[in-house]
Design a protein around this ligand. Structure first.
Ligand SMILES: [Zn+2]
Length: 144
């Protein structure tokens, strides 16, 4: 069970990371300003995933953020979360199975209240790992 960090512990983390710039890689075609168009709830999920990746020295490659309705239709996406700025995709390349399942468990435990609610089964899921035809990836999604 992860407990909330005290301020002093956060500062210890900061000293350890001082000078390191977290490496967020955006797949070609993604414009940096898409990050600022993300729903604020999605930032929470983004930060959790980035801190996790940084601690385990895992690549953080964002493969999709904002999509137009047309792009979304072309990809035959069933949800509008990317169109509405409520989702981003993260590549699992270079991640071990245990890293993937640990992050899904942590995000599910800490942030289920932020997760998008499925139209199909009404379950809140802040992250799913799936292959929608373009390779396996995390799909982080928040409610509006
Ligand atoms: Zn997605």
């Amino acid at each position: 069970m992860e407990t909330k960090k005290k301020e002093s512990e956060v500062h210890e983390d900061w000293k350890k990371y001082n000078g390191i710039i977290p490496k967020v890689e955006l797949k070609s075609g993604i414009k940096p300003m898409e990050l600022l168009c993300m729903h604020p709830n999605l930032f929470v999920l983004f930060a959790e995933a980035l801190q996790f990746a940084e601690k385990r020295k895992l690549p953080f490659v964002v493969t999709s953020i904002i999509r137009s309705k047309e792009e979304n239709d072309k990809l035959k996406s069933k949800s509008n979360t990317h169109v509405e700025g409520r989702a981003f995709d993260l590549s699992v390349n270079g991640w071990r199975t245990i890293d993937i399942s640990d992050l899904v468990a942590i995000v599910g435990r800490k942030h289920s209240g932020l997760g998008a609610i499925s139209a199909v089964d009404k379950v809140s899921r802040p992250v799913v790992v799936h292959d929608s035809g373009y390779g396996m990836h995390f799909h982080f999604q928040c409610r509006g």
